[in-house]
Ligand binder design. Sequence first.
Ligand code: PNS
Length: 165
Amino acid sequence: MAIAVYPGSFDPVTLGHMDIIERTANMMDHVIIGVLKNNSKSPLFSVEERVNMLKSVTAHLPNVEIQSFDGLLVDFTHQNHANVIVRGLRAITDFEFELQLAQTNRVIAPDIDTIFLTTNLKYSYLSSSIVKEIAGYQGEIKEFLHPEIVKRVREKMQEKMAQAN
Ligand code: PNS
């Protein structure tokens, strides 16, 4: 069985992530999306919300499972009997961090390999942070997210605005 872990913050999941998830699901027997719990970036969505959003947009993919995790990614990968970590590479600017992450993980867990998928050119500029920034200024985000996620981001932004007033 080829089991892969696709880790990330997914705050929120974008169409760029979706593209990587769908392509990985086509290549692997089973894919576990690992949603990072202890995120120093102070996420917009709670980990439960991020897990639920991912569940909703991957419901059509029978070999994809969503879990949250904290601690080391390699420990989470071992716990799930996976031996591959998948990461998306958008541009050369991603490469330095991704190489460091992959090399470090390989030193601490030599049985796990990281594979990189280059993102679809259509989404090579896209990031969750950019989407949140646009949404924060009430900009249009439907080009970047699944319609269900667009709705949840708008609701969250309204909640935040109501709290601020
Ligand atoms: O989507 P992101 O925020 O770029 O994902 C980063 C992630 C979750 C892959 C990375 O922060 C991670 O693996 N965190 C878990 C802790 C860990 O194992 N760190 C790597 C040791 S170098």
